[in-house]
Design a protein around this ligand. Structure first.
Ligand code: FPP
Length: 248
């Protein structure tokens, strides 16, 4: 089993990562289908290659000392894809949780899922719930997988929770609202990366993205290597963030 290294200051400097790293990164993993098509392979092969790319990105996030990584694996709209593709994705997810959990746990990674799990087959659901429970006391990288996730549904769910908890309107603050989102315990989202050239959010972390920086790369997700990932982080680190205030 692989134990991921932690990069020293000197190693980060060598990678060109000097300064404040993003604490929470979201990735919209797009382009698996196009990657497969370019190679005359079935779309499922693109998703498998995407899963392998993701493994490296999780390891790299740990090594860099990123606090939280949230990836968009399956949207509420993805149920509209052909049954064979959905089946292939579900099998991959089973494989991922089955195979990766020991390594992630050994590296102190805390796994979370964002989204409504009730629609998944019991086997996959149990694997995901077990992974979440098993790693809940881990204190390293917060790795969250958005699955059957839609940001609008997440916001509506938060509103329903507030109503059901009987919280009076005057007590509802931005902080209390954010705590009712799936990401409630996670740090503020700093950076959203979308691969494969598309420049939209596609119902991913709409509320959380209020002050996030966006980096778009043409790279298709299966080809999204740790080097390309570090380039995206470097681009973020060169941005000036003002959070609506005047630059000092
Ligand atoms: C979008 O590419 C990608 C997805 C809908 C699935 C993402 C899944 C993975 C990266 C692998 C499995 C994930 C985990 C957590 C193990 P697309 O199919 O829309 O690509 P296209 O736009 O080129 O057709």
């Amino acid at each position: 089993m692989r134990i991921y290294p932690k990069y020293t200051e000197a190693e980060l400097k060598k990678l060109g990562l000097v300064g404040k790293l993003p604490e929470h990164i979201g990735i919209i993993m797009d382009g698996n289908g196009r990657w497969a098509k370019q190679r005359l392979m079935p779309r499922s092969a693109g998703h498998r290659a995407g899963m392998e790319a993701l493994q490296d990105i999780v390891r790299t996030s740990h090594s860099l000392g990123i606090g939280a990584l949230t990836v968009y694996a399956f949207s509420t709209e993805n149920w509209g894809r052909p049954a064979a593709e959905i089946d292939a994705l579900m099998s991959l997810l089973v494989e991922y949780f089955y195979k990766e959990i020991d390594e992630l746990d050994a590296n102190n990674v805390r796994i979370r899922t964002l989204g409504e799990l009730s629609r998944f087959a019991p086997k996959l659901r149990t694997l995901m719930e077990t992974a979440v429970q098993r790693t809940e006391n881990n204190t390293g990288l917060n790795f969250s997988i958005a699955i059957n996730y839609g940001s609008r549904a997440e916001i509506v769910r938060a509103v329903k929770m507030l109503v059901e908890e009987g919280i009076p309107a005057e007590s509802i603050t931005e902080k209390c609202f954010a705590e009712h989102l799936y990401t409630g315990e996670l740090p503020e989202l700093d950076l959203i990366i979308r691969t494969a050239g598309e420049q939209r959010l596609s119902n991913f972390l709409l509320y959380q993205a209020a002050y996030a920086e966006f980096v778009f790369t043409e790279t298709l997700f299966p080809a999204f290597t740790p080097e390309v990932y570090c380039d995206c982080i470097k681009e973020f680190m060169h941005r000036t963030r003002r959070f609506g205030k005047v630059k000092e």
